[in-house]
Design a protein around this ligand. Structure first.
Ligand code: PLP
Length: 724
C-alpha cells in the first residue's frame, strides 16, 4: 500500500490506463489483471514511462531497505518484537473495503505514519470478504445497502501459510466447535497488518461467515468475531513467530487479547496478580466513544457459553473473570472497555475533552481514586480563559484521580492532501516538508503562502469536487434513468462560485445532521440570498440496522430535492475514503455540529483544515483545543458544556448560533473580494487552518505521542518484568 500516499506512484498507475484505474476503484492488483498484454508491451517500450517507473521503484526500494528511521534512531530496538495493534477495522485505501469510518481510517493513518517513522507496528484485524456496504439512495432517500464482496486474490494481500494441513495458523474454540484461522498480510510500507480469515473450507458455514461482514449481524455474531480477533489474533501472532513487546487495543472490540495473554502466563505458572500486573504493563488501551451505547457489552449467559471452559482451563475463578468485565454500575453484563481498562497501564481518550469525559464515565473503576504518590487527589488547574472554561466539564476528575489520559487524534498528511495542495506545499514549504513536518516553524510559514496561488489551489480542489458530483449524477442518469429530482439532489445545480459548506458523517442522532434544518425559512433565506448565496453538500451512511439514522438521512435527502432551496443542497452517495478526500478539500467550510461532548475527536475537520478548509463546529472533540479564533468558527462557544442538560434547548441555542455565524461572519467574509477577485480576509482564515492542522493535528504528532508516552515506557517495563 506504500504507493497509496506517493503522488508519483499514483500517477504511474493512472498512466497505465485511467479508465481501468477508476473502474477497478484504484485497485492496482485488479487493474493489472484487467490490463491487456498489448498495453503492457506498449508501455514497456515507452522510455518516458520506464523512467518514471524506475524512479518510483528506486524510491520504494530505498524506503524498504532503509536501516535508519526516526524510531530506530531514537529508540533503537526498544519494543523488540514490535508493537501489536489490534483493531476491528482498518481503512488503508478505498479499494479495500474493510472499514466503516473514523476508527478504521485512523488505524490506517497510524500504520502509514508508522511506515514513515519506522515504528515496528504489527496490525491484527479481520478480513471482511463481503466488505462493509455501498450506499444507494432511492427516490425518497431510502438507503439501499449493497454488499461489495471481493476476492482476496484481487487485493494487495499476501496469503500467509501456516502449519495447519490446509495452511491455517491457529484454532479458537467457539462454544465447543473449533474454528481454524487463515491469515492474509496487508503491507503498509514498512509495517504489516495481519488479517484473520475464518472463511476456509474446513470450518462450519456459520463460522466461515465470521469474517464476512463488519458490524453486521447480531450481538452473538459480534461476540464471536471479537473472540476471533482478540484470542485468535494473539494465537496467530504466535504462529507467525511474532513476539510483541507492546500490545495496543484500539477500542474495546479487541480487549479479549488480554485474556489470551493472561492465559499464557497463568499456564506458565504465574499467579493471577502477577499475570495481570505484567500484561497491564505492556498494554495500551485507547477508548473512542463518549456515547455509552457505543461500547460493547455482552449478557452474562452468552459469555458463559463461550468462556466457562476457557476460564476454567486457565485456572481463573469464574467470578474473578466476570469482575474483570464488570461495569462500575454493575448491570450484570460483561463490558469490553471495563476489561481493557483493568488490564492496561496506559489508557487514553482521543482528544483533551474526550479524556475528561472518559475519566467521568469510568471513574467508578477507581473508586478510591488513583491519587498522587501520597494517595491524595490532585486539584484540577483552573481554566486559563473563559473560552476554555466553556469547553471543560465541571467536576471532571483529573488524570491523577482517574488514570486515563488523552492523545488527540491526527491525520496522515500525504494521504489527505488534495493534489493541488500537495503541489503547493512541495513548492512553498520545500520538497522535504513531509520529512520535516513536525518542525513548528514550517507551519508558521503557511501564513506566508502566496494568496493568489493558495486561492487557485483551493479552486482547483473545488472544481474537482463539483466535477465528481456531475460525473456521478450523469452516470446514474444515463445508466439507471434516475429521476430528475435525484439529478438535482446529486449536486448538478451547484455553482462553484458560491460559498459551499460540507457536512459528512455517519447518520447517528447525536451528530445532528439536520441541525441546519431547524428553521427552514431562515435557511431558505441564507441559501437563496441574492448577493451572498450559500450551498450545502452532504454525505454519509446510516448503519443498516439503525432505523432512526436512516430516517434522518432520508429527511436530509428530501431537503436536497425541495424546490424552495433552488438546488443549492446536494447529497453525495456512498461516502468512503475516495469521495471523502475530494469533499474535505473541495468545499469552503467544514461543518461539524455534534451535541457536546459526544464527539470524541472528529478527524474529518482536521483533514479539511490541512487543505485550507476552515471548520465551523461546536466546541467538541479536537475543536475544543484546536480553535484559535483565527482558524475557523465556534458554534455557541460561550455556552458551557452541561452533562444531562436539556438536549432540545441546546439544539435550539446551537441552531441560532449556527445561522448567526453564517449570516454575519462567514458569508460576508467569503464574499468580500479585492479587485482581483481574491478574498484576502478569507484566505487569512484558510492559512490559519493549515497552520493549526499541520502543526498539531497530524498523525506524525499523534504517533510520536503514542511512542514517547506509551509504547516506549510499556516496552521498557515489559523488559524489566521479564528480566525480574
Ligand atoms: C475521516 C473520515 C471519517 C471520520 O470523520 P469524523 O470527523 O470522525 O466523522 C469517516 N469516514 C471517512 C470516509 C473519513 O475519511
Amino acid at each position: 500500500m506504500w504507493w497509496a500516499w506517493q503522488p508519483a506512484a499514483r500517477a504511474l498507475f493512472r498512466r497505465l490506463g485511467l479508465t481501468l484505474w477508476v473502474r477497478s476503484r484504484k485497485n492496482p492488483v485488479e487493474m493489472l489483471r484487467l490490463l491487456g498484454q498489448e498495453r503492457l508491451e506498449a508501455l514497456a517500450a515507452d522510455p518516458l514511462f520506464l523512467r518514471e517507473y524506475d524512479a518510483v521503484m528506486a524510491e520504494f526500494e530505498d524506503v524498504m531497505a532503509a536501516r535508519r528511521s526516526w524510531f530506530l534512531d531514537t529508540y533503537g530496538d526498544v519494543g523488540n518484537g514490535g508493537i501489536a495493534y489490534f483493531c476491528a477495522e482498518f481503512g488503508a485505501h478505498t479499494s479495500l473495503p474493510i472499514y466503516s469510518g473514523g476508527l478504521g481510517i485512523l488505524a490506517g493513518d497510524h500504520f502509514k505514519e508508522g511506515s514513515d517513522l519506522g515504528v515496528p507496528l504489527k496490525g491484527v484485524g479481520l478480513l471482511y470478504q463481503k466488505g462493509y456496504f455501498r450506499q444507494r439512495l432511492g427516490e425518497h432517500g431510502e438507503q439501499f445497502a449493497i454488499d461489495e464482496p471481493f476476492h482476496p486474490e484481487s487485493m494487495p494481500l499476501e496469503r500467509m501459510w501456516g502449519n495447519g494441513d490446509d495452511g491455517s495458523h491457529a484454532i479458537v474454540t467457539l462454544a465447543g466447535r473449533e474454528v481454524h484461522l487463515g491469515v492474509w498480510r496487508l503491507a503498509i510500507g514498512r509495517t504489516s497488518i495481519y488479517l484473520v480469515d475464518t472463511d476456509i473450507e474446513r470450518n462450519h458455514p456459520d463460522d466461515r461467515a465470521l469474517s464476512h461482514q463488519l458490524y453486521r449481524g447480531d450481538l452473538e455474531m459480534r461476540l464471536r468475531q471479537e473472540i476471533v480477533l482478540g484470542i485468535g489474533g494473539v494465537r496467530v501472532l504466535r504462529s507467525l513467530g511474532i513476539d510483541p513487546g507492546v500490545w495496543h487495543a484500539n477500542e474495546g472490540h479487541a480487549a479479549f487479547m488480554v485474556l489470551e495473554r493472561l492465559k499464557e502466563r497463568m499456564e506458565a505458572g504465574q499467579s493471577l496478580d502477577q499475570a495481570v500486573r505484567q500484561v497491564s504493563a505492556s498494554t495500551v488501551f485507547t477508548t473512542h466513544t463518549p456515547v455509552p451505547a457505543g461500547h460493547d457489552y455482552f449478557p452474562r449467559e452468552m459469555m458463559e457459553r463461550y468462556f466457562t471452559e476457557y476460564v476454567a482451563g486457565m485456572g481463573m475463578d469464574e467470578e474473578t473473570f466476570f469482575d474483570l468485565g464488570r461495569h462500575p454500575e454493575d448491570d450484570g453484563r460483561f463490558h469490553m472497555s471495563a476489561l481493557a481498562l483493568r488490564t492496561s497501564d496506559h489508557r487514553n481518550g482521543v482528544s483533551r475533552l474526550h479524556g475528561e469525559v472518559a475519566r467521568l464515565m469510568w471513574k467508578g473503576i477507581w473508586p478510591d481514586g488513583a491519587g498522587d504518590e501520597n494517595g491524595n487527589p490532585k486539584p484540577k488547574p483552573p481554566p486559563a480563559t473563559a473560552a476554555q472554561a466553556a469547553v471543560e466539564i465541571p467536576d471532571a476528575p483529573t488524570e491523577e484521580q482517574v488514570p486515563i489520559g488523552h492523545i488527540t487524534n491526527g491525520v496522515h498528511l500525504p494521504t489527505w492532501l488534495s493534489p493541488s495542495f500537495r503541489q503547493l506545499f512541495d513548492r512553498y514549504l520545500g520538497p522535504d516538508w513531509v520529512l520535516t513536518q513536525d518542525d513548528a516553524a514550517l507551519w508558521e510559514r503557511a501564513l506566508d503562502l502566496p494568496d493568489d496561488l493558495l486561492w487557485r489551489a483551493h479552486l482547483e480542489a473545488k472544481y474537482r469536487l463539483f466535477s465528481v458530483m456531475r460525473q456521478r449524477a450523469r452516470r446514474r442518469w444515463q445508466d439507471e434513468e434516475s429521476k430528475s429530482s435525484q439529478v438535482i439532489a446529486a449536486g448538478t445545480l451547484l455553482d462553484p462560485e458560491v460559498l459551499t459548506i460540507g457536512f459528512a458523517r455517519r447518520f447517528a442522532t447525536y451528530k445532528r445532521a439536520s441541525l441546519i434544518f431547524s428553521d427552514l425559512d431562515r435557511l431558505e433565506g441564507i441559501l437563496t440570498h441574492t448577493w451572498r448565496p450559500v450551498q450545502l453538500v452532504f454525505a454519509g451512511k446510516a448503519h443498516p440496522a439503525d432505523k432512526p439514522g436512516q430516517e434522518l438521512l432520508a429527511d436530509v435527502y428530501q431537503k436536497a430535492m425541495e424546490t424552495r432551496f433552488g438546488g443549492r443542497i446536494a447529497f453525495i452517495e456512498d461516502y468512503e475514503m475516495n469521495v471523502a478526500r475530494d469533499l474535505y478539500s473541495g468545499v469552503d467550510v467544514w461543518l461539524n455540529n455534534p451535541r457536546p461532548p459526544l464527539e470524541a475527536c472528529g478527524t474529518s475537520g482536521q483533514k479539511a483544515a490541512i487543505n485550507g478548509v476552515p471548520q465551523l463546529s461546536t466546541l467538541d472533540g479536537w475543536w475544543a483545543e484546536g480553535w484559535t479564533r483565527l482558524n475557523g468558527w465556534a458554534i455557541n462557544g460561550r455556552q458551557p458544556i452541561e452533562l444531562g442538560g436539556d438536549p432540545l434547548a441546546r439544539d435550539e441555542a446551537d441552531a441560532l448560533s449556527l445561522y448567526d455565524t453564517i449570516e454575519s461572519e462567514i458569508a460576508p467574509l467569503y464574499y468580500r473580494r479585492d479587485v482581483d477577485g481574491v478574498p484576502r480576509g478569507w484566505i487569512r482564515v484558510m492559512k490559519h487552518a493549515i497552520r493549526t492542522g499541520g502543526m498539531s493535528f497530524s498523525s506524525r504528532r499523534m504517533l510520536k505521542d503514542y511512542v514517547q508516552r506509551y509504547y516506549a515506557p510499556a516496552a521498557a517495563s515489559a523488559t524489566a518484568d521479564s528480566e525480574g
